[in-house]
Design a binder for this molecule. Structure first.
Ligand code: 8X3
Length: 254
């Protein structure tokens, strides 16, 4: 599936936001990127853009929660250099007392089981490369909770634990496990999806914040982490905008 010598980077959730920016960043860094997401038209357009820029990209429509589809996808690769588990997201910001269990279930399914599916399926190819890197996009929500964080915080804690446990278990094998935990990042879809299309509620998340992080800022940290020399494992990188000191302490200019 690749020209000999060009390492492959698989990016999940590559149709928008951090995933799309990471695909662009890794392509520019010399990887042949494989873009996966459910939205075929989006990843095909992005692959075309990357190829037109003189880099290498292919699109593969994939739902990371569909294990059979993920296993089928994995058969296309003998070796892979990098896997970026970015697919995921938040649904709702309700208190624990009234949160919808279906939202909790769905968030666990995408953020944790989706990451588990793709990581399990591609681990042999990552190991076969002799120098693989698994990146897991958790969140600052995976490190501290906040009111209304509920199911999202629980799911991102799951993603963090997956990263930490995998790193322990594959010690001695040629695969690094990198956790990237972004704080407030303003992307086209994260908050709008969380509030089910309510753009007013979504805008409030960033109200008065001079410069939330952008998808490019996070992509930059991911690209930096995976392009360190093989023996350097960036275990965890927490990245927030200067205006955010903690999940609940944000400087807003009125
Ligand atoms: C996004 C950070 O603060 O919305 O992963 O939970 S937050």
């Amino acid at each position: 599936m690749t020209a000999a010598g060009t390492p492959i980077a698989v990016v999940t959730g590559a149709s928008s936001g951090i995933g799309a920016a990471t695909a662009r960043g890794l392509a520019a860094a010399g990887y042949r990127v494989v873009l996966t997401a459910r939205r075929k038209d989006r990843i095909e357009a992005l692959a075309a853009e990357i190829n037109e820029a003189g880099h290498q990209a292919t699109a593969y429509p994939l739902d990371v929660t569909d294990r059979a589809a993920v296993d089928e996808f994995a058969t296309a690769f003998r070796t892979i250099g990098v896997l970026v588990n970015n697919a995921g997201g938040a649904l709702g910001a309700d208190p624990v007392a009234t949160g919808d269990p279906d939202d909790w279930r769905q968030m666990y399914e995408t953020n944790v089981i989706g990451t588990l599916n793709v990581t399990q399926a591609l681990l042999p190819a990552l190991e076969a490369s002799g120098d693989g890197t698994v990146v897991i996009l958790s969140s600052t929500a995976g490190h501290a909770t906040y009111e209304g964080g509920g199911g999202y915080v629980a799911a991102k804690n799951g993603a963090r634990v997956l990263a930490e446990t995998l790193r322990l278990e594959i010690l001695g094998r040629p695969v690094r496990v990198v956790e990237i935990a972004p704080g407030m990042v303003k992307t086209d879809e994260f908050a709008t999806t969380r509030f089910r299309g309510d753009t007013e509620k979504a805008a409030k998340v960033y109200a008065g914040v001079a410069e939330p992080l952008t998808a490019d800022d996070v992509a930059d940290t991911i690209t930096w982490a995976v392009t360190r020399p093989s023996h350097v494992n960036i275990d965890l990188l927490v990245v927030r905008p200067r205006a955010q000191a903690s999940n609940t302490k944000v400087h807003r200019e009125s």
